[in-house]
Design a protein around this ligand. Structure first.
Ligand SMILES: Cc1cc2nc3c(=O)[nH]c(=O)nc-3n(C[C@H](O)[C@H](O)[C@H](O)COP(=O)(O)OP(=O)(O)OC[C@H]3O[C@@H](n4cnc5c(N)ncnc54)[C@H](O)[C@@H]3O)c2cc1C
Length: 637
């Protein structure tokens, strides 16, 4: 299979403008003749569905929550980047582009990243026009703060609720289109397969989660904005419902999976408190603007933090990375935290924690100012830990947070199945091996508001569509397969709960394919996952029926997919004999413990093809060219 990235030729600054001009348009009067199925109503899917409907297309939008405004995007806390340079501190589109390519450890496509930086400025204008209440300075101008991997302040925010406010913006745009009749919304509806006819994505099979009815929807193109798959690790900062089913089933129908092993571990999460915890909570990276990260210098120092004098503290990020300090990128900050904990200097129960201390900032700025900036995050922390972070330093530890991998897409955001577009966290596109903070919201909204609406038009204008109706043999076949799978899950009647399988898989993934990986451990996981999968299909217990709301059944389908995806992630991690960004192979590190890339052999996107149950997947490579940012060892020192 040839991977055609469709990156336009010419100077990087002009690529997107020229490409937009060259894309074919659909005549306004013809747009209503096309039906586009958008799966997902988060920032990516919601913005795409609203925009496509505003353009005149007939849109159907699906989500598994009871309302589109409950998509996981609502959880985003810290902010969204844009190269507006309002603080006049030296930012530019080029700098955002450069920081993102470097931040991704040179494993992203330059052309995509440059386009993202260009569009970032439009996103802020769009959201302000929608009334998104971004934080403002005293004089009324939009405020900015800093995020990791950048030495400028370019992050726009709404306290610690940026995702919620942005989603309300997209949601009201979507609701307007629903009211107008341009979008038909299907909440509580789970997509369980893609229908591919004549090589084109022409529909989806869904299950009504309340009645259990399985049905299909047909159209001219399908868009997946279905989010990330961090929950393969069971414990993550993602919403409990986030899952890989939509992209995984599309993968099994022919969409290649890009860089599945690239997972982001976020350094500032509340440490897990016990074996049976089901969810981890993020403390936004924005806190590292004012919080200082430290551990005691001495091993096994169990004194209360306030009793440890300044000269016995190790502010290890400031020490190791003096130019970026506490705002070192996530992969680097996470590894540094793991390292001090591995040395026995971690704090809190089990020694798996480091302090994030606001004492200096409170002394400098006053408690009121800190409360204004991070009040809701401090409150959340106190509710969970019963400790007051205004008085005692927060305890944080790295946790799974985001997946840079996802379905492979070309520059038009189209997967290897013609007519199947993938946007937001569900695709692999812009972040390389490590995503910089505040750039997922930027990418989701760039894809949904500003890229897909152009590129999908080109696909529609240049493709031929045969008439397809519900009577088509392929439609019936996919529907029956979905129905059969549901029935099988219910009929196994075994002894183990779905959660027990999920927890076991998650632990295996975290131990063998988490913050640090070794060939030996990955090989072991590749042996053990199929055994666990076999046990799942033999011994899982899914109570209830399929004719009612049944969360165990929903979870079972998703965990079955995680049990396949997990294996692919390990295979990808095993084949990539280098360390880059979130992918840290212990065998490949510098003397001072930093990631050691191998550009000669691994400067490519790994795109995996599904070849059937029990078959090894096939690896395809998209070489990455760096013509504008020189390939260099990443340094934040
Ligand atoms: C706690 C937390 C804080 C974060 N903070 C920030 C931040 O400050 N800045 C930043 O840039 N990023 C942040 N991120 C990352 C960012 O929030 C996500 O990457 C982004 O919101 C993903 O948006 P999305 O639209 O791609 O997917 P989602 O918001 O996950 O939406 C997925 C949608 O797809 C639907 N869906 C999924 N599968 C199916 C299916 N099979 N059938 C039907 N519907 C389906 C869901 O119902 C939902 O509507 C944060 C992430 C977390 C976990």
């Amino acid at each position: 299979m040839d991977l055609i990235s469709r990156i336009p030729t010419g100077p990087i600054r002009d690529k997107w403008d020229r490409h937009r001009f060259e894309l074919k348009l659909v005549n306004p009067a013809n747009k209503r003749k096309y039906t586009i199925l958008v799966v997902g109503s988060g920032l990516a899917g919601g913005s795409a569905a609203a925009t496509l409907s505003e353009l005149g297309y007939n849109v159907k939008c699906f989500c598994f929550q009871d309302s589109p405004r409950r998509a996981h995007s609502i959880a985003a806390q810290g902010g969204i980047n844009a190269a507006k340079n309002y603080p006049n501190d030296g930012d530019s589109i080029w700098r955002l582009f450069y920081d993102t390519v470097k931040g991704g450890d040179f494993r992203a496509r330059e052309a995509n990243v440059y386009r993202l930086a260009q569009i970032s400025v439009n996103i802020i204008d769009q959201c302000v026009a929608q009334g998104v209440p971004f934080a403002r300075e005293y004089g009324g101008l939009l405020a900015n703060r800093s995020f990791g991997g950048a030495q400028v302040s370019r992050t726009f925010y709404a306290r610690g609720q940026t995702g919620q406010q942005l989603l309300l913006g997209a949601y009201q745009a979507l609701e307007k289109e629903i009211a107008k009749g341009g979008v038909t919304m299907f909440p509580r509806t789970e997509m369980l397969d893609v229908i591919v006819i004549g090589g084109q994505a022409r529909g989806i099979v869904v299950r009504d989660m309340v009645t259990g009815k399985v049905s299909s929807h047909l159209g001219d193109a399908v868009v997946l904005g279905t989010g990330g798959y961090g929950n393969v690790f069971y414990l993550s900062t993602n919403a409990k419902g986030s899952n890989a089913t939509a992209i995984w089933r599309a993968h099994k129908r022919g969409a290649l999976f890009g860089n599945p092993c690239y997972t982001q571990i976020h350094p500032t999460c509340i440490p897990a408190s016990g074996e049976y915890q089901s969810k981890l909570t993020l403390m936004s990276e924005s806190l590292r603007n004012d919080g200082r990260v430290w551990v005691p210098k001495k091993k096994g120092d169990h004194r209360a933090p306030n009793e440890i004098p300044e000269n016995e503290r190790d502010y290890f990020l400031e020490r190791k990375y003096p130019s970026f300090g506490n705002l070192a990128p996530r992969d680097i900050a996470s590894r540094a935290a793991k390292e001090v904990c591995d040395e026995g200097r971690g704090v809190g129960p089990g020694g798996l924690g480091v302090y994030l201390d606001f004492a200096d900032a409170i002394k400098r700025l006053g408690e009121a100012r800190i409360r204004e900036r991070y009040g809701n995050l401090f409150e959340m922390y106190q509710r969970i830990t019963d400790e007051n972070p205004y008085k005692i330093p927060m305890r944080i530890y790295p946790a799974v947070h985001y997946t840079m991998g996802g379905l492979w897409v070309d520059y038009n955001l189209m997967s290897t199945i013609p007519g199947l577009f993938v946007i937001g966290e569900a695709n692999f596109s812009d972040h390389g091996a490590n995503r910089l903070g505040a750039s997922a919201l930027m990418q989701g909204l760039a894809d949904g508001y500003f890229i897909l609406p152009y590129t999908i038009g080109d696909y529609l204008a240049t493709s031929r569509f045969d008439r397809v109706d519900a009577g088509h043999a392929e439609v019936g076949q996919v529907e029956r397969a979905v129905d059969q799978r549901v029935r099988t899950l219910l009929s196994i009647n075994g002894k183990r709960t779905v959660d027990s399988f999920h927890r076991e898989l998650g632990k295996l993934m975290w131990d063998k394919c988490g913050m640090a990986r070794r060939a030996e451990g990955l090989r072991e996981a590749i042996q053990r996952i199929p055994v666990l999968r076999e046990e799942f299909w033999r011994d899982v217990n899914v109570p209830g029926s399929d004719a009612e709301l049944n969360q165990a059944l929903e979870k079972a389908g998703r965990v079955a997919d995680f049990l396949e995806l997990g294996e692919l992630m390990c295979r990808d991690a095993l084949h990539r004999e280098e360390s880059c960004g979130g992918h840290f192979r212990e065998e490949h590190q510098t003397e001072d413990g930093e990631a050691k890339r191998d550009d000669e052999h691994f400067a490519y996107v790994a795109a995996w093809e599904w070849r059937g149950d029990g078959q090894e997947p096939c690896l395809h490579k998209e070489p990455l060219a760096f013509e504008n940012v020189k390939l260099a060892t990443r340094s934040y020192k």
